[in-house]
Design a protein around this ligand. Sequence first.
Ligand code: FMN
Length: 177
Amino acid sequence: MKVLVITGSAHKNGTSAYLAERFIQGAEEAGHEVYRFDAAFKDIHPCIACEKCHTDASVCTFKDDMNELNPHLIEADVVVLVSPIYYFDINAQLKVVIDRFYANDSLLHGDKKAVLMVTMADKSGATASGAIESFKGMTKYLDWEVKGSIIALNCMTLDMLKNTRYPNSAYELGKSL
Ligand SMILES: Cc1cc2nc3c(=O)[nH]c(=O)nc-3n(C[C@H](O)[C@H](O)[C@H](O)COP(=O)(O)O)c2cc1C
């Protein structure tokens, strides 16, 4: 299967990047083809709702790194969203990318699996409820099958994460696709 992993964090060696790495390791060992897109290091303009993508022109106003991502997004069998929790939700870098799905909305419905992985400092899962609910809503709207999620609590730093079961869960989830 073609697996697209989109990360949001600006920490190259942070907690969510580590979950992404472990997931990718499992997926590749299982024979899947993985494409990773680190949104924090890309040039992506926020959607301005100009609707140019939904006119006859059918193209986005912005010529930026979404042009790199879009073919992978359209072809992907599995889309994996990976983010630190910022103020009870996914971070802005990842959200900007998701909003730009809008330009290809009609091509994205159905026939995909989805995974959410988030890391956070809090010990309460309620802190991730915004991210979880929007993921649920988005996958239902796009008719994507939710393959799994990892909500990594009490993981402010990479050392804290490495002392938990979450990295192994990410590896197993990747392997189980
Ligand atoms: C701007 C900002 C907002 C944050 N908001 C929250 C929050 O609402 N709840 C929480 O538990 N942790 C919050 N954190 C902590 C991060 O989620 C946590 O440190 C995470 O492990 C960082 O992941 P990363 O290393 O992949 O970037 C916040 C961190 C930052 C920088």
